[in-house]
Design a binder for this molecule. Structure first.
Ligand code: 13P
Ligand code: SF4
Length: 353
């Protein structure tokens, strides 16, 4: 990266000292991640944000829903900054509060609402998290989806989980971790009346999955898994649970970004790995572990374009403004939304394990 920008980022960080804490998600570019005080998956970063009450500024190198969650979990005097406001998440955008409220009304009409526990993936807007908090539900991330679903099923008799926005994480967790069948899961299409389901389908379902997905992880295909196994006999295939069920069932290991990193760190030299998650992370792992053979599980380039919007020029711009006393790109959540979103986030943080 540009040596001038590197020096400027270092100088701004030094000038802000303890007043600043920089969080970096594992999908961030190398040029940005080098300035993170802590790196992590979305669960670890939420916990880290909550654990830094002394930092006046939290600069979040990640995407919008993560910065919102950090704002919810920090105290009122702390300011959370997202270096580029264009860093959203297409999956989070697939579930809007109005759509979720309409779906909730339809579930009430189907006569099942007393059984339904809403669980939202971290990758959702703060108002969706607040909806879950208000309605007895919780947030989960890819590293605690199994315990979150177990918790949810224990909340009500004959419980059904309404899971959004990622149908794949919901299905993969319910089927592969909790032992449900694919027939126990139905998909709610927010663009069709009654989600495109009959009342009988809704009543029979245990998991009602919002029709959302990650466009990055959706690109990994089962065919490539098969091809790689032929090309590299003995290779271990490890994927993120946002991949399709077809891909995840063909993989050897499935887990969050933090799990993927820890697994590679613990792997024996000389072992071969195919990894199905965002490319910045896979490249960084391959560079950091030249003694292991690490390949990417896709024929094409596969960055998360919104994660990539946080680049060094944006980070330097945000930091230098903070040094000058201007808080740019502050992410704030309104008081009422924050109150209920915090309830849902806290239920997640209180989960065992
Ligand atoms: P984790 O960091 O929880 O593994 O999630 C991946 C992701 O897609 C974040 O947007
Ligand atoms: Fe959203 Fe997918 Fe990018 Fe994660 S990788 S921020 S889920 S689009």
């Amino acid at each position: 990266s540009d040596p001038d920008l590197v020096a400027r980022a270092e100088a701004a960080k030094a000038a802000l000292g303890e007043r600043l804490f920089v969080l970096g998600h594992h999908y961030q570019r190398d040029e940005v991640i080098q300035f993170a005080d802590v790196t992590g998956d979305s669960f670890k970063l939420a916990r880290e944000a909550a654990a830094r009450p002394a930092a006046e500024f939290i600069v979040f190198c990640g995407v919008h829903f993560m910065a919102e969650s950090a704002d919810i979990l920090t105290n009122d005097s702390q300011k959370v900054v997202l270096p580029d406001l264009g860093a959203g998440c297409s999956m989070a955008d697939m579930a809007r509060l109005g759509q979720v409220e309409d779906a909730w009304d339809a579930l009430a009409e189907a006569g099942v609402i007393d059984q339904v526990v809403p669980i939202t993936y971290m990758n959702s807007s703060a108002d969706i998290k607040a909806f879950c908090g208000r309605n007895g539900g919780a947030v989960c991330t890819s590293s605690n989806a199994e315990v979150a679903l177990e918790w949810a099923f224990a909340q009500k008799d004959d419980a059904k989980i309404f899971f959004f926005p990622d149908q794949h994480l919901g299905r993969n967790t319910a089927v592969l971790e909790l032992g449900f069948s694919l027939d126990d899961c139905v998909v709610w299409n927010p663009h069709r009346p009654n989600g495109g389901l009959t009342v009988e389908q809704i009543r029979a379902a245990r998991m009602i999955l919002w029709q959302g997905h990650c466009s990055v992880h959706g690109r990994f295909s089962a065919d490539v898994v098969d091809e790689l196994r032929v090309a590299h006999p003995g290779i271990t295939v490890m994927v993120h649970p946002e991949c399709t069920h077809e891909v995840v069932t063909r993989a050897d290991l499935v887990g969050s970004t933090e799990f993927i990193i820890k697994t590679i760190e613990a792997a024996e030299p000389g072992t071969s790995w195919a990894i199905g998650t965002e490319l910045n992370l896979v490249k960084r792992l391959a560079d950091a572990h030249p003694d292991k053979n690490i390949v990417f599980l896709d024929r094409n380039v596969c960055y998360c374009s919104t994660m990539n919007r946080i680049d060094l020029p944006h980070l330097v711009w945000a930091l230098e403004n903070l040094v000058a006393g201007n808080v740019v790109n502050q992410i704030t959540v309104d008081v009422e939304t924050e109150k209920w979103a915090k309830v849902a986030l806290q239920r997640m943080l209180d989960l065992p394990g």
